[in-house]
Design a binder for this molecule. Structure first.
Ligand SMILES: [Zn+2]
Ligand SMILES: [Zn+2]
Length: 423
């Protein structure tokens, strides 16, 4: 069997998705499961991003990192130019990435469109619009307006020639790097935890008009000129996460998705969107989401551009906010850096507890879930919030409250709370 079939079979054998008493979904034991049983393997994320500030240092396939050294292997276009803004630790990883994420060339072409447009917009003096006055209560109104405005942006961008990927090694780099990115939570629960992708999303405030020179990728439209502000780092990262979702969606719709992608796509659509609670906590993300929507509606080619609807974008960022796992520097320690985020839909059915029954381990770009103790049939399985089990109760609560605005009521917290009250 192929690895994805094995993983799916294991999940079906041990785990069943059921409603929890809090109304969300969770994994329950389909039968008695002994300790140290591998109950789920997620072979690769459905969508992910290595943050802009790490993308030259972290392999885009296996997520390895070597003390900040630049990764030397890149995709190279048939024009012998570095391509698509992805970096790999080895030729093998590059080949695996092409085989698993870019087997039809669609992802690299899309990422390249984003790269080129991003670079071009650095010089843009268009001011990022302000969406003050919008919050989770009236966000639909804003999206209705934006959807009408960008129904047909009349601006088409295409690479000047069709690029194909060769496997020549290149060390050339083309991007100005360096915008901010900040850690995401290790992971988060379907039911209640929403994790900020970043706590700072303020937009670059530089102002200018998008130049429409003959070298511009943006064709000037006689009736309407679409102007875009430069993307900041968070927007750039968000655009790449959404781009991969669009590519996967396109494959599912066109029958070119692998069975693994189709499987994960179905699960992705079952995930709860945390959009409203997320923008409720971090209103600046309204601007991020709208800017990314406008950007993608403007720069992507027709097929993907038309798939990029407000609904898809909002569901994607909302699910990402609640379900993404951080791509952490390994071995995992308190001081580990978070390099990016990855969504493994099948893994998101695990809820979280401070005394978890299942261990999550990242092996390259896979997530492996193994039982820590014996689990009885029909018991719900829980993973950890990440690096918190060892902490005393008050410290745990402080972190959960500060970072996730969440009061954990798991059995361990309930017990520890009672103990602390009786002291
Ligand atoms: Zn690698
Ligand atoms: Zn707890």
């Amino acid at each position: 069997m192929l690895p994805d079939k094995v993983a799916a079979a294991a999940a079906d054998q041990y785990l069943s998705v059921r409603k929890t008493e809090y109304g969300g979904r969770g994994y329950f034991a389909a039968k008695n499961i002994p300790a140290n049983t591998r109950v789920l393997t997620c072979r690769q994320p459905l969508t992910y991003v290595v943050f802009k500030s790490f993308k030259k240092e972290v392999c885009a396939y296996c997520f390895s990192y070597d003390n900040g050294k630049h990764r030397k292997f890149r995709l190279v276009s048939n024009l012998k130019r570095a391509y698509a803004g992805v970096y790999f630790c080895s030729e093998e990883c590059r080949d695996c990435w092409v085989e698993n994420y870019d087997y039809d060339g669609l992802l690299s072409a899309t990422l390249e469109e984003i790269e080129l447009a991003y670079i071009q917009l650095i010089a843009s003096t268009v001011k990022a619009p302000s969406y003050e006055g919008y919050d989770s209560s009236n966000i639909d109104e804003l999206w209705d307006k934006v959807e009408k405005e960008f129904a047909d942006p009349d601006v088409v961008s295409r690479p000047s020639s069709v690029l194909s990927v060769s496997t020549t090694t290149s060390t050339s780099t083309s991007l100005a790097s360096s915008v901010c990115s900040s850690p995401v939570s290790e992971s988060s629960a379907l039911e209640s935890v929403s994790s900020p992708v970043s706590d700072s999303a303020s937009l670059s405030s530089s102002v200018s008009a998008l130049s429409s020179t003959s070298s511009s990728r943006f064709r000037k439209n006689k009736k309407k000129k679409v102007k875009l502000p430069p993307l900041d780092g968070v927007e750039y990262d968000t655009a790449r996460v959404v781009a991969l979702v669009l590519v996967q969606n396109h494959r599912v719709q066109n029958g070119t998705a692998t069975s693994e992608i189709s499987h994960e796509w179905t699960k992705f659509n079952l995930l709860q969107s945390n959009e409203l609670s997320h923008i409720g906590q971090y209103r600046e993300f309204i601007t991020v989401h709208v800017n990314v929507y406008k950007f993608l509606r403007t720069v992507l080619q027709d097929d993907l551009r038309l798939l990029c609807t407000p609904r898809l974008l909002r569901d994607t960022v909302g699910r990402e906010a609640g379900n993404a796992f951080g791509i952490w520097e390994l071995p995992m320690m308190m001081e580990s850096e978070c390099f990016g985020t990855a969504v493994y839909p099948a893994a998101s059915f695990f809820n979280h507890e401070c005394e978890p029954s299942v261990r999550k381990q990242r092996v390259d770009n896979s997530l492996v879930f193994t039982t820590i103790r014996d689990i009885a049939q029909d018991e719900q399985l829980f993973i950890s919030y990440g690096m918190m089990e060892e902490l005393p109760y008050p410290e745990r609560q402080r972190i959960l409250t500060d970072q996730w605005h969440f009061d954990c009521q798991c059995p361990a917290c309930t017990r520890d709370k009672l103990e602390s009250l009786s002291l």
